[in-house]
Design a protein around this ligand. Structure first.
Ligand code: TPP
Length: 587
């Protein structure tokens, strides 16, 4: 039912709307273009539901809302000041776009009515149209031109952000409209009637054909990349693989997707694509965009891609075709797909599983299938054994190997109700921990650095009070873009355990400079110039302490990690405060 708002100003109405749709938190960095909204949130809304979360950079505000959306399964809002705040926010908006995370970005502009502008600043900070700055990587941008039009613009953006395929939206609020006194009450629509549409299910005929292909296949392989956007997909995914005796390859850790394959599953062959993809005659790709990474191998020095398998019949289930944009080529390489199915892959899985099970009630290849499953399981077990042995062998290295660090962390957290808010310690968390995909939120999506800490803070905010232990495996280079996120962590008492995987370098680039030097026959030792983060090495423990965060380090032996982590864990669990342990790892 529509209600009438007691709001007195345009920006009060925005608070009513935020509250009506259930947005609990608003991350912000202040700015005069939304002073009206800021006042309304504090003095009209009482700074409760939504509560302000103060960040020191707009990139942090948006990345925090990004992490929150993934952990909570619903959007929070970030408010960014006019042109300049939006420019700072744009990197994080791009990440959220690539990650298909529903982030509700509210912005503001100096009055579009030029007679209402203050000299200088309101002019240089006003654009026509501000949303064009991020239009290529939001699902929708809008700028209501009257107070009466605000509810419609707001609710459309709210709905669009959450409709699959999800993504960030940008709603720009004119400063003059925010500050406009309301002459008469503005009716507030019944927001329950503006929810997102149900996601698309697959065509049953296509599912039946996919089941036929998979059941008749000599060696079917299942690839997943961002399927973990819906944690409920993991159950049917595993059952499908078991029925087919098909290896499961989770591409998430290689490509910043959302994990969906449990690490202990006997058919898990993630990280060993090359061992199975080449033999496949049918490939089932679930929510996969990086087809070339999935089906090919890239030569680091020449950039040449060699396809591991050109003949396999490809069945692809995703909503990618509904998420196309022309500007950034996030759609990636066009590869032949024999059976493309436009549907939410997680929703398609139960139907596909049922169709496969139906066909397998009369399976002439049951014995062969069983033998294949056993072969894959044996290989899976060997790989896990090798990883454990590597971590054990590397334990004495100083500074630490990432394998040994991941093993030490696991010893401390394994009995906790943990979630991994960011990072994987170069994949070692997946290899050594009891890896349950629903406990992990994947990467930035857009590979834009400056994501880890703020997104992890969003995850910690989403889980605050739930008893879950939020862990952030933090790279140093990524952190240095957004290190002031520690202020937000301490100020809002966000219980996050950050462990630095501090290799004191931009490791990925060091590898590239190594590759180029070798290919060109130039001095490899120069690969560290303009790359290493040392001389002086930032002291992350002191930096974090300076923001009011419990911190220890630098630590460079495996033996010292456990005790420091236990002390940090106590701070996080018992005091509900953030803590950091800075561990130096091998470049
Ligand atoms: C905003 C942004 N700037 C630069 C890059 C290029 N880049 C990709 S990986 C990387 C190094 C990252 O270093 P760090 O976060 O310490 O992780 P490491 O590779 O050492 O594990 C850089 C600079 C990027 N992806 N995003």
């Amino acid at each position: 039912m529509a209600t009438t708002t007691p709001a007195r100003y345009g920006s009060d109405l925005v608070v009513d709307l935020l509250r009506a749709v259930g947005i609990e938190h608003v991350a912000l960095n202040p700015g005069a273009t939304y002073r009206g909204l800021h006042d309304s949130l504090v003095n009209y809304g009482g700074n409760r539901a939504p509560e302000l979360i103060l960040t020191t950079h707009e990139e942090i505000a948006v990345a925090l809302a990004h992490g929150y959306a993934k952990a909570k399964g619903r959007p929070m809002a970030a408010i960014v000041h006019d042109i300049v705040g939006l420019q700072h926010a744009s990197m994080a908006i791009f990440n959220a776009f690539c990650d298909r995370a529903p982030v509700f970005v509210l912005g503001a502009t100096g009055p579009m009515d030029a007679t209402r502008r203050r000299p200088w600043i309101d002019w240089i900070h006003t654009a026509l149209v501000q949303g064009t700055q991020v239009r290529d990587y939001v699902k929708l941008d809008d700028q209501p031109a009257s107070v009466a039009a605000i509810p419609e613009g707001f609710l459309r953006a709210w709905r669009v952000a959450q409709t699959e395929p999800q993504g960030p939206v940008y709603l720009c609020l004119d400063a003059a409209l925010q500050e406009q006194p309301l002459e008469r009450p503005v009716p507030l629509p019944d927001v329950a009637r503006f929810g997102p549409a149900t996601p698309p299910h697959p065509d049953p005929r296509a599912i039946d054909e996919a089941a036929r292909r998979l059941v008749e296949a000599r060696f079917p392989v299942i690839l997943a990349e961002s399927l973990g956007r819906r944690p409920q997909a993991t159950g049917p995914l595993c059952r499908l693989a078991e029925r087919l005796a098909a290896p499961l390859v989770d591409l998430a850790s290689e490509s910043q997707g959302r994990p969906s394959v449990p690490g202990h599953h006997p058919l898990d062959m993630s990280g060993a694509r090359h061992e199975v993809v080449g033999d496949a005659d049918v490939v089932l790709a679930l929510d996969v965009t990086s087809f070339l990474s999935a089906l090919g191998e890239t030569d680091r020095s020449t950039r040449e891609v060699r396809l591991l398998n050109e003949g396999a019949h490809v069945i692809a289930i995703s909503l990618d075709d509904y998420a196309l944009r022309s500007w950034a080529h996030t759609f990636q390489s066009l590869i032949p797909v024999d059976l493309p199915i436009a549907a939410d892959a997680a929703l398609a899985l139960p139907a596909l599983l049922a169709a496969v099970e139906d066909r397998l009630t009369r399976d002439p290849h049951a014995a062969e299938r069983r033998a294949r499953g056993e072969r894959i399981a044996a290989r899976h077990a060997t790989r896990r054994e090798e990883w454990r042995a590597t971590a054990h062998l590397e334990r004495s290295l100083r500074p630490l190997a990432t394998s040994a660090l991941a093993a030490e962390i696991w010893e401390v957290i394994k009995n906790e109700d943990w979630v991994l808010a960011n990072g994987t310690a170069k994949g070692w968390a997946r290899r050594l921990w009891d890896w349950q995909p629903e406990r992990s939120y994947g990467g930035s999506g857009g590979a834009g650095l400056g994501y880890g800490l703020p997104a992890a803070l969003g995850v910690a905010l989403a889980h605050r009070g739930s008893g879950k232990l939020c862990v952030n495996l933090q790279a140093d280079g990524d952190l240095l873009y957004v290190v002031s996120g520690f202020y937000t962590a301490a100020h809002h008492r966000l219980p996050l355990l950050t462990v630095m995987c501090n290799n004191r370098t931009y490791g990925n680039d060091e590898e590239h400079q190594d590759t180029v030097a070798k290919a060109r026959g130039r001095p490899v030792e120069n690969k560290v110039i303009g790359i290493r983060i040392d001389d002086p090495a930032p002291d992350f423990a002191r930096i974090a302490q300076g923001f009011g965060v419990h911190a220890e380090g630098p630590i460079d032996t495996a033996d010292a990690v456990g005790p420091a982590l236990r002390r940090a864990l106590k701070v996080v669990k018992e005091e509900g405060r953030p803590a950091l342990v800075d561990v130096i790892t091998r470049p």
